[in-house]
Design a binder for this molecule. Structure first.
Ligand SMILES: *Cc1c(COP(=O)(O)O)cnc(C)c1O
Length: 226
């Protein structure tokens, strides 16, 4: 029986090994524990090891967990598809949203962010593998969304998120992650103050780190199967 603490230690080892392998400084990747579909006890076990950032995809499930864990100093990241009728709750209950894929959603989050909270950190989800079924903006539509979104008052645009098509082939993983990084860098060169590449999951976090990920979203490798 492997515990969540042991799984988390293994994930931290993988992160450190990947950082060393590409000459990046220790601590330059943030680990988001993706706890969607996991019971409260699993979050508590991760919390007990010092994990503070949790990612959730389903609003109602997340709100229940947040209510139970309200006395802990946690950072909540929304990583699932955002429907218009959910934006008020998401704006009120999360620190980050990774999955912005259209202006209307961003405008609603900005308008609905409660005044007493800091600006909402957001990433635009990029559909890098151009799969019609996947959410995310295409590289062609990205520049105008970056421009419009960065003018919204209560949002702080931090960078890009991507979920490339899964493949076991490491150079294919790296090619997709590199394309996301190239996009981010092109906006940085245009003067946008972006600092976040949200990419890499349980199966491909090494490739993502090699290509510059600053935040990896890991579920199964920490909590086991959902
Ligand atoms: C579920 C999910 C993850 C975690 O995936 P694992 O393969 O379990 O690590 C990461 N990002 C998003 C957007 C997810 O929905």
């Amino acid at each position: 029986m492997i515990t969540i603490a042991q799984r988390l230690a293994t994930v931290h080892d993988r992160i450190n090994t990947a950082l060393i392998a590409c000459g990046r400084p220790p601590g330059s990747v943030q680990l988001l524990a993706v706890s969607k579909g996991q019971p409260l006890a699993a979050l508590r076990a991760a919390l007990a090891t010092g994990q503070r950032a949790f990612g959730e995809s389903y609003l109602q499930e997340a709100l229940m967990k947040q209510a139970e864990l309200k006395d802990s100093p946690l950072h909540w990241h929304f990583i699932g598809p955002v429907q218009s009728n959910k934006t008020a709750d998401i704006a009120a209950h999360f620190d980050w949203v990774h999955s912005i894929d259209r202006l209307k959603i961003a405008q609603r989050l900005s308008a609905q962010r409660p005044a007493h909270l800091a600006d909402l950190n957001v990433c635009i989800q990029l559909n890098i593998s151009a799969e019609p079924s996947k959410s995310g903006v295409t590289p062609e539509d990205l520049p105008s969304l970056v421009h419009r979104l960065s003018e919204l008052p209560r949002l702080r645009l931090r960078g890009l998120m991507a979920i490339p098509a899964p493949t076991p082939v490491v150079h294919a993983q790296r090619r997709a992650f590199r394309a996301v990084r190239d996009c981010l860098e092109s906006f940085q060169h245009q003067g946008y103050a972006l600092d976040t590449l949200s990419m890499g999951m349980s199966e491909d976090l090494e490739a993502a780190i090699a290509e510059g990920a600053t935040l990896i979203r890991v579920g199964t490798a920490i909590f086991g199967p959902r």
